[in-house]
Write a protein that binds this ligand. Structure first.
Ligand code: AMP
Ligand code: MG
Length: 407
């Protein structure tokens, strides 16, 4: 039997980062930038007001107070976006809105709340400090600065900076396109009432959502029956739009396991027993003219989920160019004792919490790989190493976090 580490190494030795391409900013969300983006102009681009108020010479207002306000003549009105060229002489002012360019002459802004809001003359009852309420050109970034560096993960704020720098497209590693396909004669589409012996296909939506969460663009194409010809036909159709294919079911030793038969025709897929529970039968290889990587995951829902977490998610992250490849792990105190098969790495569904300032984890449900409801209540996987058969309550275990918000 192959170890989990060996199988992951085999996967990662085949999967390479996708070639960079120019995409629209919204499509770059969640991707990794492949260029240093330099802003040609300063940010802000020009001196502008940070308040709705009046652009003034601070010196005109020294000593202004509620009991002795200073009156200024209003010579212009400056909304945001104005291109009016205005000069404010001493003793005068211009009404100005937040974001409007500062008129020449003026050095400060009086917020509207410090005035009587006059439009011909305005009475000011408090003096700003020189420069107050003015956002200086370049106070955020000087012209010529790298505002978002190659390798940055593009989140909403980074995208906003790119837009401020005038970009509508950037060079990124694109999202991997993932085709998800389930196999099994027993499967019906969710929403269809199952007949005798049938079950809804729950793996497709689970794997599609997991791939999407990992940053992929997903095409979930439903299920095919246990018929090698049908499977080959669908895969041949789907290959053109796939950077990765994920199938589930049909890889164990059952009489109707067709995935193995189908692949000998399309490429090279190795079917291995990996020393883990759940998820022992794993297939990985490359098919079609572009040698598209394919994961053939076991059909049991928990096995498919764990296999995705352990092998597919790191591969998708490698393609996206994001690090680290693996989920964060913490050490936690085990709440009640667990048994684990020796010689296999076990992944138990867990609920991780913080109690009295330390991580505590509880196993949820049993080890059965059909226990989907238990999986749905977990926020983590408890990882029991190959050489450990038994962990006592109160001992420390390694826990893989499935959600950022957990604990
Ligand atoms: P298999 O790997 O095809 O032998 O399937 C193992 C178990 O997983 C069987 O009980 C299947 O009915 C179940 N199974 C396979 N594929 C799916 C699926 N797409 N959704 C839900 N259960 C599945
Ligand atoms: Mg099957």
């Amino acid at each position: 039997m192959k170890s989990v580490g060996e199988h992951l190494d085999d996967v990662l030795s085949v999967v390479t980062p996708l070639s960079p391409m120019q995409v629209q900013l919204i499509d770059a969300h969640g991707c990794v930038l492949f260029e240093d983006v330099v802003v040609e102009w300063p940010l802000p681009m020009f001196d502008n007001s940070s308040m709705d108020g009046y652009a003034v010479h601070a010196g005109d207002l020294s000593g202004a107070s509620v009991s002795s306000p200073v009156s200024l003549k209003v010579v212009a009105d400056l909304p945001a976006g104005t291109d009016k060229v205005v000069h404010v002489r001493e003793g005068t002012t211009a009404r100005i809105m937040t974001g409007a360019p500062m008129p020449s002459g003026a050095d400060s802004v009086v917020p509207i709340e410090w005035t009587d809001e006059g439009v011909v003359d305005v009475r000011v009852n408090r003096a700003p400090a020189p420069g107050e309420f003015v956002r200086r050109a370049g106070s955020d970034v000087e012209a010529g600065t790298v505002v978002v560096a190659a390798g940055s993960h593009l989140r909403p704020a980074q995208l906003a900076v790119l837009a401020s720098a005038g970009r509508d497209r950037v060079l990124v590693r694109p999202r991997p396109r993932v085709v998800v396909l389930a196999t099994g004669n027993e499967l019906v589409a969710p929403g269809t009432r199952p007949g005798a012996g049938q079950i809804p296909d729950s793996n497709s939506i689970m794997l599609a959502a997991a791939a999407k969460e990992a940053g992929a663009v997903v095409f979930a194409v439903g299920s095919v029956g246990d018929d090698p010809r049908e499977l080959i036909e669908v895969l041949e159709d789907q290959l053109v739009r796939a950077d990765v294919i994920i199938t589930s079911g049909g890889v164990s030793v059952g009489a109707y396991d067709v995935v193995k038969q189908a692949f000998s025709r399309l490429g090279t897929v190795a079917f291995d027993k990996v020393a883990m529970q759940p998820g022992m039968p794993q297939g990985f290889g490359r098919i079609g003219p572009d040698e598209t990587p394919i994961f053939t995951l076991p059909g049991n829902p928990v096995s498919a989920f764990v296999s995705f977490e352990v092998f597919v998610r790191p591969a998708l992250r490698r393609m996206l160019g994001v690090e680290p490849l693996e989920r964060p792990q913490v050490r936690a105190v085990l709440h009640e004792q667990i048994r684990s098969p020796e010689g296999k790495r076990q992944f138990l569904r867990g609920w991780l919490d913080v109690e009295d300032g330390r991580y505590v984890v509880r196993a949820i449900g049993g080890p059965g790989s059909h226990l989907l409801h238990g999986l749905s209540q977990a926020n983590s996987l408890i990882v029991v190493p190959e050489d450990v058969g038994h962990v006592e309550a109160g001992d420390a275990v390694t826990v893989m976090l499935l959600e950022r918000r957990s604990a």
